[in-house]
Design a protein around this ligand. Structure first.
Ligand SMILES: *[C@@H]1O[C@H](CO)[C@@H](O)[C@H](O)[C@H]1NC(C)=O
Ligand SMILES: *[C@@H]1O[C@H](CO)[C@@H](O)[C@H](O)[C@H]1NC(C)=O
Ligand SMILES: CC(=O)N[C@H]1CO[C@H](CO)[C@@H](O)[C@@H]1O
Length: 491
């Protein structure tokens, strides 16, 4: 292969955004490239380096003894001193608007170490998070091609592009339930106004998307944690209609050697997580609802109560991960729910971190109630698990569309409000939650078809990253191209 024919291996610098959901896929992606003989460096700050350290160590252990594989380096640079509390080096742990501004300032100041690294090491390419729009110009100053990575689905990326280009929200009626059609896409995508980013309500956010889209458009291309078979029409739209270049290299977590402990702060299975797998072992195949909303989602006490009621009403077994819940149980638990948990037969609640990939791949799990963060969505797709979708924010509403309407591998609970942690939203009743679970897990035709499609997608996902699969080939195409655009080779 071209990469190895050269005397010097290709060198790619990865520059992830400072949030676990962005860091971990980037570490996984670096592992994929390193296994193909690319020298990979990840540039980040101390606390963020700790998040990916175990994934990187494991990838490096696995690559030792693999012919042609190279080790991944993490280059740790100090987090800029902007007055954030010690230990806060990213989105996790921000507690006010003022903190948010400080983080923005810190992100901007990372320009200096990034610039220095490019000047000193002169890599062949940079894979930069789309959130760092300025990395385009910095990379260009050094003649280094920038590949953007947003960490979203191609579908969501195309929707965001349509939104930024056409601003259909502004033209829609004020009614939060007014339908908003996203023009220029290969599929009919109709949202409710309340599910979309409001440019007037969130002007900085909107401007941020505009700058991000502008920078990504001018980049060498974009890499996606997705695969051809998952969203073929979107890929066609992206490359042919939008004339953008995209390489789909995922699902990057499938090849990871770190499935058991990824993201765990203590670098190991918590006793809870260990117990959870044993608990699942004792449950029939496909009988358990797995519920988790990711690290950044926040549920009000009323929402938690309705969710608990819904799980009980569904009659199904459940594992519910309440990540970092800051709500007292007495504030939300319906009467009798504590007893139901104490009996330990129907359900298990895990506080904090869970071995999500292991749980999703357990035969007992029959459905995943998810906020549709792309990382979680892809983990479910890869495991062949159908979904009950409950988006809360950001691109999650688009991912829900993809899962429910295009892939038809899930059912939505009818979440209508794009709202942050601090904002109110309409509460989804327990009956509605139970009904969605029943539609996915029940005996009828609909449930069977959904489960079959989810299972087929899982097969395709796993095949994509194997040798000869579409994602494997996309990595090869990208590497060949980077080799070809290098300084002239002497023959
Ligand atoms: C990135 O955003 C900043 C504002 O935050 C803007 O000044 C700059 O021009 C943008 N850079 C690119 C390359 O789009
Ligand atoms: C669970 O649902 C049953 C009815 O299906 C009800 O009798 C019981 O009170 C509920 N328990 C909780 C904890 O909600
Ligand atoms: C790859 C990755 O970031 N995985 C994380 C996805 O999000 C879940 C929770 O939402 C985490 O448990 C995973 O570690």
């Amino acid at each position: 292969m071209a990469v190895r024919d050269e005397k010097r291996p290709l060198h790619i610098l990865f520059f992830p955004f400072l949030a676990p959901g962005h860091l971990i896929p980037v570490a996984d992606m670096a592992a994929l490239f390193a296994a193909r003989g690319v020298k990979c460096t990840i540039l980040t700050t101390p606390v963020n380096a700790a998040v990916i350290r175990s994934a990187v160590d494991r990838a490096n252990d696995a690559s030792r003894g693999t012919e042609g594989a190279l080790a991944i380096d993490i280059v740790v640079v100090p987090f800029p001193d902007v007055g954030l509390p010690p230990g806060v080096e990213g989105v996790s742990g921000l507690s006010s608007e003022a903190d948010k501004d400080k983080l923005l300032e810190a992100l901007w100041r990372l320009r200096e170490p990034f610039d220095r690294f490019l000047a000193e090491s002169h890599p062949d390419a940079v894979v930069s998070d789309s959130f760092f729009n300025w990395s385009l110009d910095t990379a260009a100053d050094h003649g280094v091609p920038r590949l953007a990575f947003l960490g979203s689905s191609l579908f969501a990326r195309a929707c965001i592009d349509s939104m930024v280009r056409n601003n259909p929200v502004e033209a829609a009626p004020e009614d939060p339930d007014a339908p908003v059609l996203l023009p220029g896409l290969p599929h009919r995508v109709e949202m409710r106004r309340s599910q979309m980013l409001e440019p007037k309500k969130r002007p900085e956010h909107w401007a941020f998307f505009q700058r991000m889209t502008a920078a990504d458009e001018r980049s060498f291309g974009e890499v996606f944690n997705s695969f051809h078979e998952l969203e073929p029409e979107c890929l066609e739209h992206y490359t042919t209609t939008l004339r953008r270049r995209a390489w789909l290299v995922g699902p990057v977590a499938v090849a990871s050697k770190d499935v058991a402990t990824r993201g765990a702060s203590n670098n190991g299975l918590s006793p809870d997580a260990d117990g959870c797998l044993r608990w699942l072992d004792a449950r029939p195949a496909g009988s358990v609802v797995y519920v988790s909303f990711g690290t950044l989602s926040h549920f009000s006490p009323t929402e938690l109560r309705e969710l608990a009621r819904g799980l009980n009403l569904s009659g199904k077994n459940f594992v519910w991960v309440i990540g970092g819940a800051d709500t007292e149980e007495s504030e939300w638990m319906p009467d009798g729910f504590a007893d139901l948990l104490a009996r330990g037969e129907r359900g298990l609640v895990i506080r904090g971190w869970a071995a999500q990939i292991l749980i999703l791949n357990h035969a007992a799990v029959g459905c995943f109630v998810t906020h549709c963060g792309w990382n979680s969505t892809l983990e479910a797709v890869s495991a062949g698990v159908p979904m009950v979708t409950w988006p809360r924010y950001a691109d999650q509403f688009y991912n829900e569309k993809l899962v429910v309407e295009l892939l038809r591998a899930g059912v939505g609970v009818g979440s209508t409000d794009y709202a942050s942690k601090l904002e109110a939203r309409r509460v989804i009743g327990g009956e509605v939650v139970a009904e969605a679970i029943e539609r996915v897990m029940g005996g009828g035709e609909e449930g069977e078809a959904i489960r079959e499609r989810a299972s087929e997608l899982g097969e395709k996902a796993r095949r994509a990253v194997e040798e000869g699969g579409s994602s494997y080939d996309d990595v090869g195409r990208l590497l060949d191209e980077l080799v070809a655009r290098r300084a002239p080779v002497n023959f």
